[in-house]
Ligand binder design. Structure first.
Ligand code: DAH
Length: 340
């Protein structure tokens, strides 16, 4: 039995090395692990063996090794496919010169249009909102009173009259609730500003897309459904996501929704601060104080909100490694992105 397994192991290795696509891997899996595969044959052979226990263990170990090797090979293929996609169709090349062509959309505009189309198809209206707002809109109405520590992370540019450049698209939540009341489904993309030092993944000017859904019986399941649908529609492929608790005073509970970094495939790179993950879409169930400030009846309605990082999404979608390229005004590189 031992020799037989060794022989099969060697043949499996040879075949695995030649299996370079999903079909070949599946065929290999059927050959070895299928109902009539090599492992099943070995099990049948147990009948004629004296020491069934040892032989059984050997077969099991072999089966586990084959399963693990196939899984690993599938994972390697999956990653290679994602990388090829990123490098392929919309390869980002900062030196390309499209010279005499007429104007084109900025990649962030393209990403915005695409996300808008997805939400529009799910019944959301699209709202525009000011970039200069007041303290109430940007903080107070969002359950962030004066001197709340959450303000520390959102220092911004103040005007002499006390108004400020909005730090988050959430600043429009209050006005939009007051404008429409409940039930409500709206998204509102916008430019945000923060007093930040810049690096490959931080900018003092960036884009977010806020969304709110308020109705009777809205729960976290609705939130997860809409987030998943949006991501799979926008990226048009399966994206690894993780949901972890996150604190934002205007939601309870609040979450961070991260996606696997598509620039490095999760290995870690400057675009994802070497973590392999990117915070893409913080979200949560809207805090009752925020609903009340917007004039919504909290006895009757609940809702979710999210703040999608549009700039980050554009980076991932188009394989742009440095966020600063977006504001660089370098038309040679920015005009490569033609259509949605
Ligand atoms: N406004 C938050 C920020 O910029 C992001 C955010 C978090 C928006 C949670 C939301 C939310 O709507 O529910 O950091």
């Amino acid at each position: 039995m031992k020799e037989k397994i060794l022989e099969l192991g060697a043949s499996f290795k040879d075949k695995l090395a030649l299996a370079t696509d999903a079909e070949a891997l599946e065929a290999l899996r059927v050959d070895f692990l299928g109902k009539k595969g090599a492992v099943a044959e070995l099990m049948k052979g147990l009948r004629d063996v004296q020491d069934k226990k040892t032989a059984g263990q050997l077969i099991n170990t072999f089966k586990n090794e084959v399963e693990t090797a196939i899984k690993e090979a599938e994972e390697t293929l999956r990653r290679a496919a994602i990388e090829a996609q990123i490098r392929g169709a919309k390869k980002y090349n900062p030196t390309l010169n499209f010279g005499r062509e007429l104007g084109s959309y900025h990649p962030i505009t393209l990403a915005t249009k695409e996300v808008e189309a997805v939400f529009e198809s799910m019944g959301f209206t699209i709202e525009d909102y000011a970039e200069v707002v007041d303290d109430y809109e940007c903080f107070e109405s969002l359950n962030i009173p004066k001197h709340h520590p959450a303000r520390d992370m959102q220092d911004t540019y103040y005007l002499e009259n006390g108004q400020l450049l909005k730090t988050q698209t959430s600043a429009a939540q209050n006005a939009i609730m007051k404008k429409y009341g409940a039930p409500l489904r709206a998204i509102f993309p916008g430019r945000c500003f923060r007093n930040e030092s810049t690096d490959a993944c931080h900018e003092n000017t960036f884009f977010q897309m806020e969304g709110m859904m308020i109705d009777e019986n809205i729960s976290i399941s609705n939130l997860i459904y809409f987030m998943k649908t949006m991501l799979s529609e926008v990226f048009k492929r399966d994206i690894k996501v993780r949901l972890r608790p996150g604190f934002f005073p205007f939601v309870e509970p609040g979450f961070e929704l991260d996606i696997n970094c598509l620039i490095c495939g999760g290995e870690g790179c400057p675009s994802c601060k070497n973590s392999g993950w990117l915070e893409l879409c913080p979200c949560g169930m809207i805090h009752p104080n925020v609903l009340e400030a917007g004039g919504i009846d909290t006895e009757k309605y609940t809702g979710f909100a999210f703040g999608l990082g549009l700039t980050r999404l554009a980076m991932m979608k188009y394989g742009v490694k440095d966020i600063r390229d977006f504001n660089s005004g370098n038309l040679k590189s920015l005009s490569q992105f033609k259509s949605v």
